[in-house]
Design a protein around this ligand. Structure first.
Ligand code: AQP
Length: 338
């Protein structure tokens, strides 16, 4: 058994392709963290259902998301890479956690307030309201210690910690209380056409979103059309120069060069040079990943074999934990049929 800290993270299969923000904000860091952690990466399809999805597309988006995890360097032999709905214990534990979560504390979750405000609170689903308890179940089923998340998910990890502590004190020591590892603020990527809005899979327009599965020429064109400003200076200033700052952040992530070093290297050069350099760096990284993802998707049987084996590995951890929880809360075990 591994003694490395258990890590759990996931992404929603809410689009055909992941975008550059998902890569920088999650995949890039997961790839590094899987080396020193006992990592579990999930395609959280049940979470995606908390806002409307097209049933004709969701299964394929789930496969595509998994293929992109692998193409970006998640190793499904070392780490566990599986689909959330393949392990029923996630929904089952979420229900138990719902029963110990206060309506008031769930109502304070800012992500629910934000997402519900977009569609109108009355039309937001109970599933969206219960998103954080499903996320808590994801984390707690695996005795997770490390939860790498963006700043926006910190509150959900706090709730998870509260629920773990509450369950343990009511029913006996059952769950490990996890720690959020907040990804660096610099990892936040903004829409290329609207550089004060987060780049998002579900953005209304595709023009400012760079997709991992875009053809290289499309990626380069989008980056070269990025909104900048009327000034000519290449320097990082998120308030005054959001577009240029965003391009510098992207370049820094793709080249591993700190932003001040990049600023220095662009002294005397123009926005055209910056955009060309960013486009080249992104294409150089994404092109082989795109090729690998498309190869995997051309052989769905092999991809399904990987996902099937990995679901078994996840089940082997999650099912005994769920059974302990059922026992602790007093549910009658199903008698074996004779
Ligand atoms: N723009 C971004 N900059 C940095 N990190 C980002 N992430 C997403 N967008 C950016 C990170 O990617 C992971 C994806 O999590 P998710 O799929 O559960 O949902 P999300 O954060 O809501 O991502 P999207 O792309 O915006 O999806 P939709 O449009 O479906 O809501 C997280 O680790 C997140 O921090």
């Amino acid at each position: 058994m591994s003694t490395a800290p258990r890590l759990f993270s996931g992404m929603q299969p809410s689009a055909d392709s992941l975008q550059i923000g998902n890569y920088i904000g999650a995949l890039l860091q997961w790839r590094e963290m899987q080396v020193t952690n006992d990592a579990i990466f999930c395609v959280v399809d049940l979470h995606a259902l908390t806002v409307p999805q097209d049933p004709k597309l969701l299964a394929e988006q789930t496969r595509k998301t998994a293929a992109q995890y692998i193409a970006a360097g998640i190793d499904p032999e070392k780490s566990i890479l599986f689909v959330q709905s393949h392990v029923p214990a996630h929904s089952q534990l979420a229900w138990i956690l719902n029963t110990i979560t206060g309506f008031g504390e769930a109502s304070r979750m800012t992500q629910f307030k934000d997402k519900a405000a977009r569609s109108g609170t009355d039309s937001a689903s109970v599933g969206l309201f219960a998103y954080p308890t499903l996320m808590a179940a994801d984390i707690l089923l695996y005795d997770t210690v490390v939860v790498p998340v963006g700043d926006d998910q910190k509150q959900h990890v706090e709730l998870t910690r509260d629920l773990a502590g509450r369950f343990n004190s009511r029913f006996g020591e059952t769950f490990v209380v996890p720690e959020a590892v907040i990804m660096k603020e610099t990892a936040r990527i903004y829409d290329l056409q609207n550089p004060t809005a987060k780049m998002s899979k579900s953005a209304a327009s595709d023009a400012g979103v760079v997709w991992m599965l875009d053809e290289p020429a499309v990626t380069a064109k989008k980056i070269k059309s990025a909104v900048t400003d009327d000034d000519r200076e290449i320097r990082f200033d998120r308030g005054a120069k959001p577009g240029v700052s965003n391009l510098l952040t992207i370049l820094s992530a793709f080249t591993d060069e700190p932003v001040p070093v990049l600023e220095e290297s662009f002294v005397g050069k123009g926005y055209g040079d910056l955009k060309t350099t960013v486009a080249d760096a992104v294409v150089a990284t994404f092109e082989p990943m795109r090729t690998r993802a498309l190869e995997l998707l051309e052989d769905p049987a092999e991809l399904d074999r990987i996902l099937g084996n990995n679901a078994e590995r996840a089940l082997a951890i999650a099912q005994p934990k769920l059974e302990t929880v059922y026992d602790r809360v007093g549910l009658l075990r199903r008698p074996r049929s004779r």
